[in-house]
Design a protein around this ligand. Structure first.
Ligand code: PGA
Length: 258
């Protein structure tokens, strides 16, 4: 009997990298590396390249945005709405990546509104949570995870949150080459799931995919994904290389037969 019934998910967050031609080339290489793997995957190119990358993919459903506006439309200079993203083929969106929480000061209240817009626009929201090194050293990691989840999900009912994915991304592990141990990540993921159960129901908590992000690479992915609690990954640096990202998707797909 399969131990894991949640379909693994692997996202490639390209951040503010790649020129247009290279983005198209990489998208094609990732699509061919994914082949028929039993994994859901998505790439998150820079907003300006989304349309071109969408056109280059055989299956547009693998396209996601790194952010969306908390508003539907109107006088919001520089912002892009969930509806606009869905219109060009995006099916998912990152909400509250730490580079936006900490780099741009996005609050839980703002993220909760973005999450609502994503759901209304039929995008799968990938809500990112995770503690800083200072918070971890102070012994507050689990409290931070709980409070970011409660804040980001505030005002949202279980029946509207169907497609939600949560990404646990400890800030100290992002882009640093320092990965959380599989034990630490699994521990944090149990806290995520317990919080979802406290907020909603055990059934919901068991269904939501909780993925790990923070210096995942082709070498450490299999160990992380061997844990029942870790349903896949959100990959930054290593997603810019199709071979490495392919190896990470393959490691996630191996969960299915476990
Ligand atoms: P990293 O980034 O894999 O480069 O650490 C992960 C992320 O920011 O989602």
């Amino acid at each position: 009997m399969a131990l894991v019934s949640r379909t693994p998910f692997v996202g490639g967050n390209w951040k503010m990298n790649l020129a247009r031609a290279r983005a198209i080339e990489l998208a094609c290489a990732v699509e061919s590396a994914a082949g028929q793997l039993a994994v859901e995957w998505a790439i998150f190119p820079a907003a300006v390249h989304l349309d071109a990358v969408a056109a280059s993919l055989t299956e547009r459903s693998h396209l996601g945005s790194q952010d969306c506006s908390a508003h539907a439309d109107g006088a919001f200079t520089g912002q892009v709405s969930a509806e606009m993203l869905a219109d060009i083929g995006c099916t998912s969106v990152l909400i509250g990546h730490s580079e936006r929480r900490h780099g741009l000061g996005e609050s839980d209240a703002l993220l909760s509104r973005k999450l609502g817009r994503a759901l209304k626009g039929s995008l799968v929201p990938i809500l990112c949570v995770g503690e800083t090194l200072h918070q971890r050293d102070a012994g507050d990691a689990h409290a931070i995870i709980r409070s970011q989840l409660r804040g980001g999900l505030a005002g949202h009912e279980e029946d509207t949150l169907g497609p939600l994915i949560v990404a646990y991304e400890p800030v100290w592990a992002i882009g640093t080459g320092r990965t959380a141990t599989a034990d630490d990540a699994a521990d944090a993921h149990r806290t995520v799931r317990q919080t979802l159960e406290d907020l909603y129901s055990a059934r919901f908590a068991q269904r939501v995919r909780v993925i790990y992000g923070g210096s995942v690479n082709a070498k450490n992915a299999a160990e992380l994904f061997s844990r029942e609690e870790i349903d896949g990954g959100l990959i930054g640096g290593a997603s810019l290389n199709a071979t490495d990202f392919g190896a990470i998707m393959t490691a996630a797909a191996a969960r299915v037969g476990q």
